[in-house]
Design a protein. Structure first.
Ligand code: SF4
Ligand code: SF4
Length: 448
């Protein structure tokens, strides 16, 4: 399929769209967001973002309010953590992440009062530098799952940026949290965008939405009609449309050079809920302490979009939504890119947009068989990689071949595994291959 862009980006070339059509299973999409009551405790891990872990700024037994600073790091790549509740710090303990790492977590017991920290007030923003500085102290990170500190993304040289893309694709099955943001809070999304454009001088913003969300497209188009700088760009519903490099290529026709960033090709990309949080924060000054997650899966009694306090234990969230039967698999995020969670005491953190609990659906996987050389993994990879060759090169630990095959460009979308008729664990192999290649390249640099 070929699309052409008009207007300010009209000079860009046409692009071919790749990816797969997968069942959406977005049964929660038309359910208005419900709010979860205060949990018995919130657990705030000091690493809820890409970059350095925060250091606890409170001591055991300290009283904190809603919005009180709980974690901070002097490292540039980090994002402050704030209390979502008023209450007492019960303990600072170690916590294990699902990827095997461990860290500190601050555990707070709510007092039920939800007293707001007296320091909270709307930030004073007069120019782009003060906007970036304000967002630096907002705790906002990429809310589509990436967790990259938002202020750091904004703190780039914007002189060559001609388009601020806002990602409302939400291509992962089951998830409808971004969709609810678009239909429930279009004003804060547009306030965030117009402030960013006003102060940065970036001339244009495109809100990119898959064509299976007509209500959001129509609503945002209507509401942005008065601002000629903002438009809605409709994309075909294909997975993984929302991956940053995929959406960039499919909207603008531009490809990021290997080892480069979107800013190298004149674009910024923010998740739509992240942009909305910027708009909200500018109005009320409350840092990020809550977020919406989609709770679904065949083990869930009442699937819904739920606003949770960050740090709410997964087990309490599942209990609130009701379990039809004991889940055999719990996933944080979507079914394609999410992470299996074994500890139900673990908390919901900032980048989490979904919580799925399965009793049967996706748990029973068929046996892996030999590759039949059908080429489906290659034809459908959105990054035009050859996953089966990467898998074989990784099995040989062949650094040169992995480099040649550009294993580092994988966006971990899982499409290759999904389409493989032999059920080869391709995505997992490519993920390992990518880490292996990066580690070997790092070692080679250090030896030089
Ligand atoms: S190789 Fe990576 S980018 Fe390509 S389909 Fe597989 S997981 Fe997605
Ligand atoms: S999709 Fe599976 S069976 Fe087909 S070429 Fe790739 S690895 Fe082989």
């Amino acid at each position: 399929m070929v699309r052409l862009l008009g207007g300010a980006l009209g000079r860009l070339r046409s692009v071919e769209l790749r990816g797969v059509r997968i069942p959406h299973n977005k049964a929660t999409a038309e359910l208005a967001t419900t709010r979860m009551p205060l949990p018995t405790q919130v657990i705030l891990p000091m690493h809820q973002h890409v970059g350095a872990s925060c250091v606890p700024q409170v001591k055991r037994r300290a009283h904190v309010d809603v919005g009180t600073l709980i974690g901070h790091s002097d490292a540039r790549m980090s994002a402050d953590i704030f209390s979502p509740v008023s209450g007492t710090v019960r303990e600072i303990r170690s916590i294990h992440y699902s990827d095997g790492r461990s860290d500190e977590a601050v555990v707070i017991v709510p007092d039920g009062e939800q007293t707001v920290d007296s320091a909270i007030c709307p930030p004073e923003v007069t120019d782009y530098a003060s906007l970036v500085e304000a967002v630096r102290h907002s705790g906002i990170v990429g809310l589509g799952g990436a967790g990259f500190p938002t202020w750091l993304k904004m703190d780039s040289d914007l002189s060559s940026i001609d388009c601020w893309l806002v990602n409302g694709a939400e291509c992962e099955p089951y998830l409808s949290s971004d969709y609810r943001e678009m239909v429930e809070n279009p004003q804060t999304i547009l306030h965030g965008i117009s402030t960013c454009l006003d102060l940065s001088g970036v001339p244009r913003s495109l809100i990119c939405i898959e064509d299976n969300k007509p209500k959001a497209i129509e609503l945002l188009r209507q509401m942005a009609a008065d601002d000629p700088r903002i438009d809605v760009f409709t994309l075909p519903a294909r997975y993984p449309q929302g991956a940053s490099r995929v959406i960039l290529r499919n909207v603008t026709g531009r490809s990021v050079p290997r080892g480069g960033h979107l800013t190298d090709v004149g674009a910024l990309l923010f998740n739509v809920t992240t942009m909305s949080e910027i708009g909200r924060f500018l109005q009320d000054g409350m840092p990020l302490t809550k977020r919406r997650i989609t709770v679904m899966g065949d083990a869930i009694e009442r699937p819904q979009n739920l606003e949770v306090f960050i740090g709410t234990p997964i087990g309490e969230t599942l209990e609130f939504c009701g379990l039809k039967e004991e889940p055999r698999k719990v996933v944080i995020g979507g079914p394609m890119m999410g992470i299996t969670q074994t500890e139900l005491d673990a908390p919901i953190t900032r980048p989490n947009s979904g919580l799925l609990a399965f009793a049967h659906d996706v748990v029973d996987r068929p046996q892996t068989t030999a590759c039949i050389r059908c080429g489906a993994c290659i034809d459908n990879c959105p990054m035009r990689l050859t996953p089966i060759s990467i898998q074989k090169a990784y099995q040989r630990r062949d650094v040169e071949d992995l480099d040649e095959l550009m294993a580092d460009l994988c966006v971990e979308c899982g499409t290759c595994s999904y389409v493989c008729p032999a059920k080869q664990p391709l995505a997992q192999s490519v993920r390992f291959a990518r880490s292996f290649l990066r580690a070997e390249q790092r070692k080679a640099r250090e030896r030089r």
